[in-house]
Design a protein around this ligand. Structure first.
Ligand code: F6R
Length: 578
């Protein structure tokens, strides 16, 4: 979704903003823009398409450097230069960028008679609202605060006027970077990590004013202390390095990420175990890929801790409201911690008195602030839209938690160490998956079947293939084949079979009898397989290892089909709108 970067300090603002925007490209965007304060002049550049293709030369000037930039993922109004941010008021003295959706923008616009609008966006309304407040005599901070309070929905705004930057948020992420005599504002830390590792994560309902110093307020205007955190990620972790794509780099980082995930601080794990044991009902929730991890956790709790739990997709959770009360524990799984559907589910759970345990990658995100307790999976920055290392790290943390609930945390940790070694071995066989991708690249559909823990893995493998390669793939529970999916099988239909148990091989045989092309990913060879890729059996940790060849297949299919694996068509990394 949209990315924001703003800067006030002594460096060349143009360079800082362009670097920041490039770091935010991974979030997905279709146009971008920059506003730079050049003495009394405001230089505004807006473009559709990718930054690298059209980055202009930005003027360097002397004195205070001030500006803001934005990558836009269109929601209101087409992909045009005039709809790109930054947006201005009629006078041009207020310029701003926005992430989120102003749900009541039409109503607000009706109250702005006489203002000249030059875009179809909801965002521009905010600039004119501030202008109206200023015209009524309000000082800038008051005008901004009062305008922001009128916005409905989940929003984050950064505004530049005079020599100040003003920021407020009510949902979408926003973090301040503090340097020596310079300040940054961004949607995500990598945008300024090259310059500083000191960060302040804004909470919902907070606003900051960045002038010669940085001040934090709530939306009633009451000052608040700045809670500074040190970011432990290195700038290199957020770069591609020697790899052609972030997705490949992130897949290759999985062995280390798994070890870090298995090394959760003991006290964090103990607090999570206490929450699980205390609950009468456990719901695991997530969206997209994280939903498959949440689903996997129900199998892990059942088979390792013999404990029942339920799974729900984040956006469906509110429909299950009646089953949630103060005895419920909600385990919310997320990479970004900013997914709007998930945050809404968490809010629903909390309203009903439930406790929330987050299994999360991004420290300081909204989910971390909302949850009663967080297990950080520690996978490091993930930039490819398709999640890989955060996914397997989440799986590992939930595997560890299930073992800890059963009183066998050490066994869980050892399993994760074995999984890390096995994943390293799988990654070294990337060529095998590339060859398979070449063979499958022109097919219409791919089916993946699994049973038990391999069922959510099959679904996650299909998600990876769909988003990275745009080839239609579907993950199906083996037992469901004869209830509907066999109707889709014809001569040559590729079907990936996960595991080599008797039941799943029976399903594979049903497909083969109808002409299907069977690709087995399993510990043992079977004569039903037309192609066999050996994946070791690691008991309950097998799901982690089993997923890796499917991630590799998705990556190579994407390349073979001419896609950029880092930017999935129509998708964004951090889905901050509903
Ligand atoms: C797919 C993918 C998405 C995310 C989903 C939730 O590869 O990454 O399906 O899993 O948008 O995002 P997070 O995990 O940030 O809550």
């Amino acid at each position: 979704m949209c990315g924001i970067i703003a800067y006030r300090g002594k460096r060349s603002a143009g360079e800082v903003l362009l670097h920041g925007l490039r770091q935010l490209e991974y979030r997905g965007y279709d146009s971008w823009g920059i506003a730079l304060k050049n003495g009394h002049e405001l230089e505004v550049v807006r473009r559709t398409g990718k930054i690298s293709a059209s980055a202009p030369k930005l003027a360097r000037h002397k004195g205070l450097q001030l500006g803001l930039g934005h990558t836009r993922w269109a929601t209101h109004g087409g992909v045009t230069e005039s709809n790109s941010h930054p947006h201005r008021d009629c006078s041009g003295s207020v310029v701003l960028a926005h992430n989120g959706i102003v749900e009541n923008y039409q109503e607000l616009k009706r109250g702005l008679q006489g203002h000249r609008f030059s875009s179809e966006t909801d965002t521009e309304v905010i600039a004119h609202l501030v202008e109206k407040e200023l015209a009524g005599g309000a000082p800038l901070r008051e005008a901004f605060r009062s305008a922001f309070l009128k916005l409905e929905g989940r929003n984050a705004v950064v505004l530049l006027s005079g020599e100040e930057l003003l920021v407020a948020k009510s949902g979408s992420p926003m973090v301040l970077g503090l340097g020596d005599g310079e300040s940054f504002v961004a949607s995500d830390v990598p945008a300024f990590l090259r310059y500083t590792d000191r960060a302040v994560f804004l909470a919902d309902g907070e606003m900051a004013v960045i002038g010669d110093d940085v001040r934090l307020y709530d939306l009633q205007g009451t000052p608040k202390p700045l809670k500074e955190e040190t970011i432990e990620w290195s700038p290199e972790q957020a770069e591609k390095g020697e790899y052609p794509h972030f997705m490949l780099k992130e897949m290759m980082e999985q062995p280390e990420a798994l070890l870090r995930a298995g090394n959760l601080p003991k006290e964090d794990l103990a607090a999570a175990v206490a929450m699980v044991r205390k609950a009468k009902r456990v719901f695991a929730i997530g969206c997209g890929t994280a939903a498959q991890v949440a689903n996997l956790s129900t199998y892990l709790f059942s088979c390792i801790a013999e404990m029942p739990s339920q799974f729900a997709i984040g956006s469906e959770f509110s429909h299950l409201k009646p089953a949630i009360n103060q005895d419920t524990l909600v385990i919310a799984v997320s990479q970004s911690g900013e997914t709007a559907d998930l945050l809404e589910a968490v809010a629903t759970a909390k309203e009903r008195g439930a406790k929330v345990l987050a299994v999360l990658n991004v420290k300081g995100s909204s989910l971390m602030r909302e949850a009663h307790h967080t297990l950080l999976v520690n996978a490091g920055p993930e930039k490819a839209v398709a999640s890989t290392k955060a996914t397997t790290a989440q799986m590992a943390v939930l595997l560890l938690l299930a073992h800890a609930v059963a009183g066998r945390a050490d066994e869980g940790k050892r399993l994760i160490e074995s999984a890390s070694r096995a994943v390293r071995e799988m990654l070294s066989r990337s060529e095998e998956m590339r060859a398979l991708a070449q063979r499958l690249r022109d097919r219409q559909n791919i089916y993946i079947i699994g049973r038990g823990m391999n069922y959510p893995v099959a679904r996650e493998g299909a998600i990876k293939i769909q988003e990275v390669s745009t080839l239609h793939a579907e993950g199906i529970a083996g037992g469901e084949l004869k209830h509907y999916a066999l109707a889709l099988v014809e001569k040559g239909t590729p079907c990936i079979v996960l595991g080599s148990g008797k039941d799943i091989l029976g399903n594979a045989m049903e497909i083969k009898s109808r002409g299907g092309d069977i690709i087995g990913l399993s510990p043992e060879r079977s004569e039903v397989f037309d192609t066999w890729i050996q994946v070791p059996d690691l008991g309950p940790a097998s799901a982690i290892v089993q997923l890796v060849p499917l991630q590799l297949l998705a990556y190579h299919l994407g390349i073979a089909r001419g896609m950029d694996p880092d930017y999935c068509r129509n998708l964004a990394k951090s889905v901050t709108v509903k």
